[in-house]
Design a protein around this ligand. Structure first.
Ligand SMILES: Cc1cc2nc3c(=O)[nH]c(=O)nc-3n(C[C@H](O)[C@H](O)[C@H](O)COP(=O)(O)O)c2cc1C
Ligand code: SF4
Length: 452
């Protein structure tokens, strides 16, 4: 129908609610500024709607974005990691200029200073928080107390959405979300001496929660820094928000746990009787590119860690995983390399380990729009002086200066065999089987509750 007929729907709903709650009760309406859908609502019509909403008596407008119709519009509902903070505040600010009633802004507001700035500049009258509160329900209290370093900022991975359809709410980085009764934040009855081996996300989360509940925790990390693979995960473009998680875990662990850096712990030390329980979170060993032996070959891990210098301009990345795709994007976007990705499987398997709507789709769109070439169903057959020979959907030679290989990492579980049967040991995270940040955090969290 036309504008008036469509508006009648919301007007009748409003009038029904108003009759039920009375004149003094505040009624606010949430609507998307734009629907990000072909033929969908744009700001021009939204401006008209909000004026009419004010006229009929609505008390406040809450401005979000998108609609659950297709992947593109759905993406705007919960802006992912590649979107900026305050992704649709500009629409809220535009609406505020149209109406005299309060306007509420929402959408990827993660930093208290950012929220404060939007309010101080008069862009909105209130701030609403969605995933920000799922990731850290204490966000408002911490912000109010000025304890911003204590905040666990949502990393916009949208695992809460994908899981919502099958389970109660879950959060990748707040493992207690939706399970508050099963995992109460209560002090332990028996204080145990806990050794955590490995300072990656699983180990840090296990150490953090075990210490918070009252256990005496010592964390051993063989490297100079805490973080494990999370230190590599933050490197590619659009992954910066993972650094928030890294910073949060480090702050918490350094406050509550005895941390021993550059300390590669062996079974003999753990078996000396100083510890009641070992939580083994030794992560993965970097993959060995044993398949290809050529001085031009570099591992993705070494590119991300900066250990290997990627000389030359023509680069081939062989692989299909998230790490391969993100390394290719890093080399193209930040290092201005000419990148070709070689993938022996079908298109559907490419980047399959990524979240499909908010991560894989957007990354493939970005690669599509870039000069990165992707050869699917094409296999490496050998090195030539100028590059590599390939066969499959593309046959011939791909010129290249460097070949980046993404092999599978290997679980580092040697200590498990040495400790099992001799003392209490709980193995978690990548040292059991390589996984993502959700799996690392959740296994670390659960392990801390298994200590009894
Ligand atoms: C699990 C989940 C469920 C949501 N359900 C709704 C909903 O029913 N109606 C709605 O308008 N927005 C819904 N949203 C969107 C949020 O209210 C919010 O506008 C959006 O997540 C952006 O804010 P944030 O970055 O703080 O999460 C939902 C978001 C999440 C993560
Ligand atoms: S699952 Fe990811 S997007 Fe959802 S609240 Fe947790 S960190 Fe944020």
């Amino acid at each position: 129908g036309d504008f008036e007929r469509r508006f009648r729907f919301v007007q009748e709903v409003y009038e029904g609610v108003r009759n039920a709650v009375g004149g003094a009760y505040p009624i606010l309406i949430r609507l998307s500024g734009r629907e990000y859908l072909e033929g969908g609502r744009e700001m021009e019509e939204t401006r008209r709607i909000v004026k009419r909403l004010e006229e009929i008596g609505v008390d406040a407008i809450d401005v979000s974005a998108g609609i659950t119709m297709d992947a593109e519009s759905f993406t705007w509902l919960t802006p992912p990691a590649s979107f900026p903070q305050g992704a649709f505040l500009r629409d809220a600010a535009e609406i505020k200029r149209e109406v005299g009633i309060p306007v509420i802004g929402v959408g990827k507001i993660r930093d208290p200073w950012f929220a404060e700035k939007a309010l101080a500049e008069g862009r909105v009258d209130f701030i609403a928080l969605g995933r920000t509160l799922i990731a850290d329900p204490a966000w408002p209290n911490k912000a109010f107390a000025g304890a911003t370093r204590e905040i666990r900022r949502c990393i916009s991975c949208n695992r809460c959405w994908s899981i919502l359809y099958r389970h109660p709410i879950r959060c990748a980085i707040n493992a207690r979300a939706g399970r508050e009764r099963a995992f109460p934040m209560t002090p332990v009855i028996h204080r145990r001496r806990v050794a955590v081996v490995g300072g990656g996300p699983a180990g840090m989360e296990a150490a953090r929660v075990a210490a918070e509940r009252g256990h005496a925790v010592t964390l051993f990390e063989k490297e100079r820094h805490l973080g494990g693979q999370l230190r590599l995960a933050v490197v590619p473009p659009f992954k910066r928000e993972l650094a928030w998680l890294l910073g949060y875990l480090k702050t918490q662990v350094q406050k509550k746990v005895e941390v021993k850096l550059q300390h590669e712990v062996h079974a003999a030390e753990l078996l000396q009787g100083q510890f009641d329980v070992v939580i083994l979170a030794a992560g993965c060993l970097p993959p060995e590119p044993s398949r290809l032996r050529d001085p031009r070959v570099i591992k993705t891990w070494d590119v991300l860690s900066g250990k290997a210098k990627v000389d030359g301009n023509q680069i081939v990345v062989i692989g299909q995983s998230r790490v391969a795709c993100e390394t290719a994007e890093l080399l193209f976007r930040r290092k201005n390399k000419n990148v070709t990705i070689l993938h022996s499987g079908p298109m559907e398997d490419f980047g399959k380990d990524m979240e499909p709507i908010f991560e894989r789709r957007l990354l493939l769109d970005r690669l599509d729009a870039s000069a990165v070439k992707i050869y699917h169903e094409t296999s490496f057959i050998g090195f030539t002086p100028e590059g590599i020979a390939v066969k499959g959907s593309y046959n011939g030679m791909v010129p290249c200066d460097r070949v980046i290989i993404d092999d599978f990492p290997i679980s580092n579980n040697a200590l498990l065999g040495e400790l099992q049967g001799r003392m209490a040991v709980i193995a978690i995270g990548d040292c059991v089987s390589p996984g993502d940040i959700y799996k690392a955090i959740h296994s670390g969290f659960r392990a801390s509750y298994q200590v009894s």
